[in-house]
Design a protein around this ligand. Structure first.
Ligand code: ADP
Length: 170
């Protein structure tokens, strides 16, 4: 089973992914985690990514595709995966479709987690204290929310009134 999780920053994608991983016994692929590992390891990619992440913006599509291609080429994804944090825009979604088509492993389900924006801000403040994430300041979180509304929401096929309603609440 191949599942893609979509949701705003702090909506609980990681938490839901962990539950699904336990239930389905599949690897959890979080692009945020992959990037944070690269930052910690101090690789060139990590250094480049950190600047962008700390601004609350999206790391380049080229870097992200390289990361995801490498991760999906590993043997542990043979039975499927829970993909958390990718794709985040149309270019990434199309690249993922092409990649999975080539691997003959199309996505089975895409799940959106939709939560109230004030709840998200509160969750992230708590997470910032627990996980020491340098991109969890209120200013960066608001920027990440804007990026989500502008680039990621358009991946979700919902009606225009629903989209306007969602955006007005972000
Ligand atoms: P959140 O969902 O709370 O933003 P993530 O851990 O998924 O947290 O992502 C943290 C940061 O990593 C993002 O703000 C962005 O800078 C970067 N990132 C993660 N996934 C992607 C992606 N698919 N494309 C571009 N940047 C990404």
């Amino acid at each position: 089973m191949r599942i893609v999780l979509l949701g705003a920053p702090g909506s609980g994608k990681g938490t839901q992914a962990a539950l699904l991983v336990e239930e389905l016994n599949l690897p959890h692929i979080s692009t945020g985690e992959l990037l944070r590992s690269a930052v910690k390891a101090g690789t060139d990619l990590g250094l480049q990514a950190k600047v962008v992440m700390d601004r609350g913006e999206l790391v380049s599509d080229e870097i992200m595709l390289g990361l995801i291609e490498e991760r999906l080429s590993r043997a542990d994804v043979a039975q499927g995966f829970i993909l958390d944090g990718y794709p985040r825009n149309i270019v990434q979604a199309e690249a993922l479709d092409r990649l999975l088509e080539r691997l003959e492993q199309p996505v089975d389900e895409a799940l959106q987690i939709d939560v109230d924006v004030e709840m998200v801000i509160a969750r992230i403040a708590k997470r910032a204290a627990q996980e020491d994430r340098s991109d969890d300041t209120e200013e960066t979180v608001r920027k990440r929310m804007d990026v989500y509304a502008a680039q990621t929401l358009s991946l979700i096929h919902i009606s225009e009134p629903t989209r306007q309603y969602c955006q007005s609440r972000m």
